[in-house]
Ligand binder design. Sequence first.
Ligand SMILES: O=c1ccn([C@@H]2O[C@H](COP(=O)(O)O)[C@@H](O)[C@H]2O)c(=O)[nH]1
Length: 242
Amino acid sequence: MPGPKARLAVALDYPDAEQALRLVDTLGQTCQWFKVGMELYYAAGNTIIYQLRDRGFNVFLDLKLHDIPNTVAGAVRSATQAGASLLTLHASGGAAMMVAAAEAACAPGSPRLLAVTVLTSMDAAQLAGTGITASPADQVLRLAKLATQSGIDGFVCSAEEVAAVRAATGPDTLLVIPGIRPTGTAIGDQKRIATPAQAIADGASMLVVGRPITQAPNPAAAAQAIFDEIAKAEAPQNLTYP
Ligand SMILES: O=c1ccn([C@@H]2O[C@H](COP(=O)(O)O)[C@@H](O)[C@H]2O)c(=O)[nH]1
């Protein structure tokens, strides 16, 4: 099993590369993975991916692609050129979109694809507001099944569903879990949350943590506390990791 450092991606939700790299340099080599989301990517483009890779880090490009199949396949090919190791797309884009993305990701050097199921910022009431009357747990399982059938490598879901998705999909599926809140940290806009220890014990492959680290008075200490929690958690054996 890889060490805790391979199981945490720090979300660099910053408006520019300078602020993002300041945090990266503050954390030093304690982290192996950084997540670049829409805010930073739209501001800094592929340059931030190159800068992180030059420093020796793995890049998780969280663009949550959601478009017609031809456009999403092209976006996967562009992300391959940029050198991201993981790339997200929305499972709600449907089977044809995910199949096109999976085919585009067969090229050498392509990122592994993660299908976002139900955003961790959504509860049952918000989901119902979009016309989906299934519970978040049922909808996550439905979309995870659809994504698997479409050839996608793994999923993003909340810690509330991770045990059920792990049971349904087996040890080889990558389960990447945001909405992580160490005890005592601000919840903010997240709705379906858990501590690092709970998510790991329930079968998460990797945790995504942003503000509990980036907004902490001492980000390096906050990251270290999460690594310690991951290390102590009783994780299932034989899981596949990014
Ligand atoms: O369902 C999802 C999918 C992606 N995210 C992303 O994860 C981080 C979480 O940041 P926090 O500051 O720890 O809340 C953020 O970049 C989201 O875009 C998610 O939260 N939920």
